[in-house]
Design a binder for this molecule. Structure first.
Ligand code: SAH
Ligand code: SF4
Ligand code: F3S
Length: 452
């Protein structure tokens, strides 16, 4: 039998992208080889997302396209991985005849066996969730990235049960990966020339490996390589650790950027969302963050039009966003998900056009805020890690500041993976334009690390 070629397509969050790299590794280990494009693959795996209705619609449409490909290529195996697996396994396999295998986020080690079942003429499913699986011993194979920035999963699942969110049902119980295996992966990335790592979990504050907390993990990560930068996503506002703020302030390679999802700005809404903090507690946390980490930049996630949202609650979200002044925000219209508390207990009663209008207001205000905040950067110097050539011109490079702002500047002789000192000259609400000054490094630009 000839060697099988596989192709993985990934939808959804960074964690799904990180998972696809684990699946990559498992398939290569099994003797399969990557296909350059989907048309030449024997096995196409679609790593899916369930977070909102439109995320699932995108996947369904893609599966329909793949069904056409299946017609012209009878040997083609199509699989669904990830967050849609559990919820729609029956529909996928029995009714639609779209896919041959369905594999949930904790069952990726089983893919080679499931593929063999398909070879024997059976459909194959494994959507069991696990209390232990962290894939700690599997070294992800990064084939699609830029070779400069990488994601590292530090935990899986989520126990928070925010009332709107499907993730606890698709990804199961929260569990942490051993610190040693995380640090080993970071060291390997550093040896391979990577310069930036984002540590991933649905709620990184609750990371725990014996005595080791998330703050400890971040500190240890910062010590692996002083020229490697670190970010993390996402912490929860309810229990953000103080000591981490000091560690970020002290370690030059821990980025001065925090993604801290608010979701909403009124206490009544936060209560219905089962987000256990008040507006005041959230704002106090932001103040504390900014007082401990000067120059900190902040981003957030916001949901518009959640169950029962009044105009007053919507205004609460607007004023919270204005008061904080986020550098970046991910803003969504509420989309009802089966199995969640909101689905069972509340009504998705905000009419579609009102949801849309509120979301538009939120986005417009945020664009204005971002433009103002970016304008304030003009004339300032930043250290930018070059990620690659700019989308618009080969003669320009793009990369991000420590504060996670995208910067575009003339390429000169700079290469991806280098740190360049730049001066900001202009901006839009999404991008900073800059004049390069010189090649630099974290140690040169920020001075020597302060001992923690
Ligand atoms: N664990 C992360 C969030 C992961 S999901 C955290 O708590 O920060 C990313 C974002 O999607 C959430 O923060 C939320 O803003 C949004 N989201 C989740 N469920 C949603 C739903 N049902 N409708 C609309 N947006 C949703
Ligand atoms: Fe979903 Fe809340 Fe968990 Fe984030 S913390 S993944 S929003 S349940
Ligand atoms: Fe991520 Fe979507 Fe699953 S956001 S955790 S891939 S539901």
């Amino acid at each position: 039998m000839s060697t099988k070629k596989f192709y993985i397509e990934t939808y959804g969050c960074q964690m799904n992208f990180a998972d696809s790299e684990i699946v990559n590794s498992i398939l290569l280990e099994d003797g399969m080889v990557p296909a350059m494009e989907v048309e030449s693959a024997d096995v196409v795996l679609v790593n899916t997302c369930s977070i909102r209705e439109n995320a699932e619609t995108k996947v369904w449409n893609r599966l329909k396209e793949l069904r056409k490909l299946k017609k012209s290529n009878e040997g083609l195996t199509v699989g669904v991985l990830g967050c849609m697996a559990e919820r729609i396994k029956d529909r996928i396999i029995e009714q639609e005849h779209l896919v041959d295998i369905v594999v949930g986020p904790d069952a990726y080690r089983d893919i080679p066996r499931l593929l063999k079942e398909v070879d024997d003429g059976r459909k194959a499913v494994n959507v069991l969730l696990s209390l232990e699986e962290t894939y700690a011993d599997i070294a992800p194979v990064r084939t699609t990235g830029n070779g400069v920035t990488a994601f590292v999963s530090i935990m899986r699942g989520c126990d928070n049960m925010c009332s709107f969110c499907v993730v606890p049902f698709t990804r199961g119980r929260e569990r942490s990966r051993p610190m040693e295996s995380i640090l080993k992966e970071i060291k390997q990335l550093s040896d391979d020339g990577y310069k930036e790592v984002t540590l991933l979990g649905q709620n990184v504050n609750s990371y725990k490996d014996g005595e080791h907390t998330f703050s400890k993990l971040m500190y240890e990560a910062s010590q692996v390589d002083p020229e490697m930068r670190f970010r993390f996503s996402s912490p929860h506002p309810k229990d953000f650790p103080d000591d981490l703020l000091h560690i970020i302030a002290e370690q030059p390679n821990l980025c001065n950027y925090i993604h801290i999802p608010a979701q909403a700005g009124s206490d009544t809404m936060l209560e219905r969302m089962r987000r256990p903090y008040t507006r005041e507690q959230y704002l106090n946390l932001i103040d504390k963050m900014r007082s401990i980490i000067p120059g900190l930049s902040l981003s957030t996630d916001i949901i518009a039009g959640f169950c029962g949202e009044t105009e007053e609650e919507h205004q609460g979200t607007m004023t919270l966003m204005k008061e904080v002044g986020y550098d970046l925000a991910y803003m969504f219209a509420y989309s009802e998900r089966e199995r969640t508390l909101a689905y069972r207990k509340f009504e998705d009663d905000v009419p579609e056009e009102i949801k849309k209008r509120r979301l538009t207001e939120i986005i417009q205000q945020q664009m204005d805020i971002q433009l103002q905040r970016n304008k304030a950067e003009i004339g300032k110097r930043h250290l930018v890690l070059v990620e690659g050539t700019s989308k618009r011109s080969d003669e320009q490079l793009q990369g991000r500041t420590d504060t996670n702002k995208m910067v575009v500047f003339d390429a000169w002789d700079f290469k991806p993976g280098q740190y360049v000192e730049v001066e900001i000259t202009d901006c839009t609400s999404a991008t900073l334009l800059a004049r390069p000054i010189q090649l630099s490094s974290i140690t040169e630009f920020y001075g020597a690390a302060v001992e923690a």
